[in-house]
Design a protein. Structure first.
Ligand code: UD1
Length: 423
């Protein structure tokens, strides 16, 4: 296992190129299984979660070639003959559960391990399962596995309301419906850019989906889908994370290239309130920090609201703001595992139910910290870059799941982050 040794503080100056989105790539990879011919995906990031999902897909007999230097992934499902996703792979990554929709769509049956909980509490899949049943797909649970099957080639479909709105359930139900449901309507569907991108790719493959980008999706089955060439989108969470990194460090002037600012929803609105200089054009974002940042309270919401995947980073930023702020989590109520670790560095954060109160202007000092999930880990890196002295962030394998070349990208603009093996 590796750890990071970070020396701070270091202003960030220069240019960082944004990688392809992890969360958007995974549904596209699952969709490729529905094609009658190979699919080529561009802008696929080299991340542990992508390697894990490649292996999940390979279990089915599908051929997966990752041309890593080009970030190009070729998926050929011609020999898909086994419709199972085993526990030892699903437990490594919850998104493997997308295999349920993909395999039912492809083969009419699937046996998928139920994912477990995760570091920020229970993360149920009840909506996925109820949605499939509503569609007319038979679901049985047996020894930790979900068995899904349909009789004949198609199901009637129907209508299902997601409450709450769920990215994962929307993705899974769309994957399951496009080749199987006569007509299926998803109400309160997720509108996140990842879902829109998936629907656009499926449409290019030949699917019939109405209402893309709205909260009501209507899917009518088509008999076949073809493989396509399709580009993934840049990672909006990586983009937001680097914007926050620059705003936190006085003296920073950072340009992010290869971005898709329109995917950031209302995040820039909160960001502008900090008092830093922000220039956004079609594919580039420039952040010039100021010597003092204002406290800005936020509340996470479904897209286009403030993303839960930037909540921990924002709380970290607020430790440097000129006053108190409140961070309210409305998607995952107890996603606060980073709080005690930030406090170890000298921050002053207090959790009250689903809210963190952050006292601003705290001087952070280096210490050893550890975290249990991806976004919490990156927050500790951000904090370490501001803290005086040496910070050790343990268990950086969490970061390797979701940030491509994190330390190389940050070191190239002035950070001092060393990766060493943990003893
Ligand atoms: C995805 C993202 C994750 C992000 C989250 C919210 C991926 C791989 N992961 O996760 O990074 O933090 O969206 O933007 O894309 N829920 C249920 N029952 C269900 C499913 C969800 O109650 O069957 C609830 C969840 O507990 C949560 C809310 O719905 O409170 C939203 O979760 P969801 O959008 O499904 O998150 P994921 O797709 O798992």
């Amino acid at each position: 296992m590796d750890k990071f040794i970070i020396e701070g503080p270091t202003p960030l100056k220069g240019t960082i190129s944004i990688s392809g989105s992890k969360n958007a790539a995974l549904p596209l990879m699952a969709a490729a299984l529905l094609g009658d011919s190979p699919t080529t995906l561009q802008l696929v990031p080299k991340l542990q979660d992508i390697y894990t999902f490649n292996n999940v897909i390979r279990v089915t007999g599908t051929r997966v070639d990752f041309h890593e230097t080009e970030n190009k992934l070729v998926i050929d499902p011609a020999n898909l003959g086994f419709t199972e996703a085993p526990y030892d792979l699903v437990r490594k990554m919850r998104a493997s559960f997308y295999m349920l929709g993909a395999l039912v769509g492809r083969a009419g049956e699937a046996r998928i391990s139920l994912p477990g909980g995760c570091a920020w509490g229970p993360r149920p899949v009840d909506l996925h399962l109820k949605g499939f049943e509503e569609m007319g797909i038979s679901i049985e649970l047996d020894k930790g596995y979900v068995m899904a099957s349909i009789q004949g080639d198609e199901v009637e479909g129907g209508e299902f309301t997601l409450n709450p709105s769920s990215v994962g359930a929307t993705v899974n139900l769309v994957l399951g419906a496009v080749k199987r449901a006569k007509k299926f309507v998803i109400k309160n569907a997720a509108k996140e850019p990842d879902v829109v991108l998936l629907c656009n790719m499926l449409t290019k493959m030949g699917a019939n989906i109405e209402g893309i980008g709205t909260s009501e999706l209507t899917i009518r089955k088509v008999d076949s889908l073809k493989g396509v060439e399709f580009s993934n989108d840049p990672d909006r969470i990586e983009t937001g994370t680097f914007m926050i990194a620059a705003a936190m460090q006085p003296g920073s002037d950072l340009t992010l290239t290869g971005c898709k600012p329109s995917d950031l929803g209302e995040f820039p609105k909160s960001f502008k309130k900090l008092g830093v200089i922000l220039d956004i054009n079609d594919t580039e974002i420039r952040i010039q920090s100021s010597s003092a940042i204002k406290p800005v309270s936020i509340s996470t919401e479904v897209y286009p609201g403030f993303p839960t995947d930037l909540q921990a980073q924002w709380a970290t930023l607020m430790t440097q703001a000129d006053g108190e702020s409140r961070i309210t989590e409305k998607i995952y109520f107890d996603r606060f595992s980073y709080v005690p670790e930030l406090n170890r560095l000298g921050a002053d954060l207090r959790v009250e139910k689903n809210r963190v109160i952050v006292k601003g202007k705290t001087e952070l000092e280096g210490a050893a910290v550890m975290s249990t999930d991806l976004r919490a880990s990156v927050s500790l890196v951000l904090a370490g870059m501001v803290a005086k002295g040496t910070t050790e962030v343990l268990r950086v394998y969490h970061l390797d799941r979701g940030y491509e070349n994190l330390e190389h990208k940050l070191n190239a603009v002035g950070a001092s982050i060393k990766r060493v093996a943990e003893n």
